[in-house]
Ligand binder design. Structure first.
Ligand code: ADP
Ligand code: MG
Length: 251
């Protein structure tokens, strides 16, 4: 479990990008952080693996304050899919996937085996794709590699920052469904950032709605829609109301 206790982050000492954040991420849940650009989603996510240090408050992972953990070891122990794609352009697909296991000192046979298994899992068999460079893949395929890479060390937590944002609607839809299937198969705790309401509704066990650095509300899609805690949340769901009605069983 991951617990944010009164977490705040200011980059410049006067403006707060995240404030008053109290949030518990339960084991095995799929939590979506939803909000428009600049609302503090990426900052929140990056504080978990200390890519960004909180200005104040406590962030506890499995009972340990992250401040007491080695940031490099922490980062390697948590799967992370970057905003944008973020593959290493000069490494092959296989090398990208096997990178964290390599940094963790896994023997070569074991990490290659792991990379093959994961490439298979995300639908990019090694024989066909493993030795390619990222630029020799489509955007959707590169995203799959990003997901495989984040799964490589079999971390309990997976952080995903708008991983499907740059993809066309059909590819995004497909990867969303695959991610859900993976999630139920692998039993991970996933924290997934998006600005897309429909993506949030499709994926999240719960949705945490951010605006201007503050979490406005958290709950299941149904709970949030049926009892919005603020005008902001109400408006967020009111806007595409007709489209939402088409969303099976939610309204
Ligand atoms: P989101 O991911 O929701 O788009 P971010 O967490 O990236 O939002 O940003 C929240 C706020 O913090 C924005 O106002 C952004 O400009 C600011 N911010 C983000 N990263 C930095 C940084 N490295 N330095 C200064 N300000 C930053
Ligand atoms: Mg962001």
């Amino acid at each position: 479990m991951i617990e944010f206790k009164n977490i705040a982050k200011s980059y410049d000492g006067s403006n707060y990008s995240v404030q008053d954040l109290n949030l518990i991420v339960e084991d095995n849940e799929f939590l979506v952080l939803l909000g428009s650009s600049g609302s503090g989603k990426s900052t929140t996510l990056k504080m978990i693996n200390r890519l960004i240090e909180a200005t104040s408050g406590e962030l506890i992972i499995d009972g340990q304050d992250v401040k007491s953990l080695n940031p490099v070891a922490l980062r390697r122990s948590i799967g992370y899919v970057f905003q944008g794609i973020g593959l290493f352009p000069h490494m092959t697909v296989c090398e990208n996937v096997a990178m964290v296991p390599k940094l963790l000192g896994w023997p070569i046979v074991k990490r290659l085996e792991r990379a093959r298994e994961l490439l298979e899992l995300v639908g990019l068999p090694y024989e066909q794709y493993g030795e390619r460079l990222p630029e020799q893949l489509s955007g959707g395929q590169q995203q799959r590699v990003g997901v495989a890479r984040a799964l490589a060390a079999d971390a309990k937590y997976l952080l995903m920052d708008e991983p499907f944002g740059a993809l066309d609607a059909v590819t995004r839809d497909k990867l969303q469904q695959e991610l859900l299937a993976l999630k139920s198969r692998l039993g991970k705790t996933i924290i997934f950032v998006t600005h897309d309401l429909f993506e949030a509704l499709t994926l999240g066990d719960r949705i945490a709605i951010f605006d201007q650095g503050r979490m406005q509300q958290i709950g299941t899609a149904h709970a949030v829609m049926s009892a919005p805690a603020s005008d902001f949340v109400r408006d967020l769901f009111a806007r595409p109301a007709q489209q939402l009605k088409d969303f099976r069983g939610l309204l």
